[in-house]
Design a protein around this ligand. Structure first.
Ligand code: ADP
Ligand code: MG
Ligand code: MG
Ligand code: MG
Length: 415
């Protein structure tokens, strides 16, 4: 194509792209002809390549003009711009929990980042019942750090509003969330699908459940109407890569300013979906692994809560933010009281958004491998029915529930 114009990069295109950028070529080392280029795309939207040279590896991610898994569904390219903007915004606050962004080429809507090896996608590790000792606390701390730093608690309102203005343009992907998470599962919609006919009745029950739909509508209002912090926006277990020692967060293209509980809720929901899928893969050992996942869910919350309060207390010394200004909360216990209600609010959002994410992954367009990889419809439907019942409680009964820990213990029959 013309210099500066968009072309879809294939393996040779990726090689030329990196060869033309000396700093990136130097990271790979050796001659471009010797680099190994491998396509690893497995998400719904984009092309991803891993490139290895004798000195190191790189990951190249490019937006396509359509949904990768559905070429007839056309999409603008600009999601790569928002992914780059999100990575740049959170990088100073999250340390090594995100891969380093090394290059962004606006004409090609193409990111080059650190290659994560030997990390695996968390969702696949959970299907294999691997235990990752640091994962839950790393994700809890990541959300606390990324969200605190980009909230009005830590920043002047001018900086917050600049990010509201910038990420308000991420409308293609926000539209996908609004339709697929907040609306379609609760109405007849052409993209919906589920394990039919076994789930036909429960899908109809949900479409007719007034209390549930009111709770869902309230969550939608909070998602669109509460620009608390810069969110990742797609923090499911396919956006986390792990080893036993390390956790990395990838794929922030859905970034927007929104309620902090949304990132937590999506992540917790995907852990819950894995939990409910376990007996469908192998009854033997399922309960033990489910107990491990339940403990991780509690850890995500407790580490998030502790780290967020720690950051808030530390920032109060230099009066950083225009929201909850420390000048007004200096009295004995005053900041603590505000923190209690602030954290309770995020916890409540987390539960509600988690319920919606679980429902949409079973009745909506995009399903999860944890459940999809259960071969028998009967077995999968049994797992899905349990997950849907839990999701309904998250949405409708959450304020009287005693919180995520109590809900998990009730599920396990230990109360
Ligand atoms: P999409 O937006 O299409 O979902 P992702 O960013 O999730 O794309 O990447 C798709 C896949 O590519 C991931 O599931 C992972 O296997 C691989 N991948 C993405 N980023 C990296 C990276 N930095 N290092 C290694 N593999 C990666
Ligand atoms: Mg992805
Ligand atoms: Mg993505
Ligand atoms: Mg399914």
């Amino acid at each position: 194509g013309e210099p500066g114009s968009y072309v879809e990069l294939d393996q040779e295109g990726v090689r030329r792209h990196l060869a033309a950028r000396p700093a990136l070529a130097a990271r790979l080392g050796g001659a471009p002809g010797d680099w190994a280029v491998r396509e690893v795309s497995d998400g719904n939207l984009n092309s991803v390549f891993l490139v290895e040279g004798q000195a190191g590896g790189l990951c190249v991610k490019q937006s396509l003009p359509h949904v990768r898994v559905d070429p007839a569904w056309k999409l603008p390219l600009d999601r790569a711009f928002f992914e780059a903007a999100y990575m740049r915004a959170v990088a100073p606050h999250v340390g090594s929990a995100a891969p380093a962004l090394l290059d962004y080429e606006p004409a090609l809507f193409c990111l080059v980042m650190e290659s994560l090896t030997p990390h695996v996608i968390l969702r696949r590790g959970l299907i294999e019942r691997a235990e990752y000792p640091r994962m839950a606390s790393d994700v809890g701390a990541y959300v606390a750090r990324a969200c605190f730093a980009t909230s009005g608690l830590a920043r002047r309102f001018e900086a917050v509003m600049d990010d509201i203005a910038l990420f308000a343009r991420n409308q293609t992907l926000t539209r996908i969330t609004v339709d697929l998470v907040f609306t379609d599962p609760y109405r007849i919609a052409p993209r919906n699908r589920w394990t039919a006919p076994l789930l036909d009745t429960v899908a109809a029950d949900i479409r007719g459940d007034t209390a549930l739909k009111q709770a869902a509508a309230r969550m939608g209002e909070r998602f669109l109407g509460r620009p608390q912090a810069l969110l990742h926006g797609d923090l499911h277990s396919g956006s986390v890569m792990v080893t036993a020692e390390e956790t990395r967060i990838i794929d922030g293209e859905f970034a927007l300013m929104g309620p902090i509980g949304f990132d937590l809720g999506l992540f917790v929901a995907n852990l819950l979906l894995s939990l409910f899928s376990q007996p469908g893969h192998d009854e033997a050992g399922a309960a033990t692994y489910q107990a491990w996942i339940a403990a991780q869910i509690e850890t995500v919350w407790t580490v998030f809560d502790r780290e967020f309060r720690r950051l808030w207390n530390a920032a109060s010394a230099n009066a950083a933010g225009d929201v909850m200004p420390s000048a007004l909360l200096a009295g004995e216990g005053s900041r603590n009281a505000m923190q209690e209600s602030w954290m309770a609010d995020i916890h409540d959002d987390m539960l509600g958004f988690a319920g919606m994410e679980m429902i949409r992954r079973i009745l909506g367009f995009a399903h999860v491998l944890d459940l999809e990889s259960i071969g028998s419809d009967d077995t999968r439907a049994a797992c899905e029915l349990q997950a849907l019942a839990f999701a309904r409680r998250l949405l409708v009964e959450r304020s009287a529930s005693g919180g995520i820990g109590a809900l998990l213990r009730q599920r396990a029959g230990r109360l």
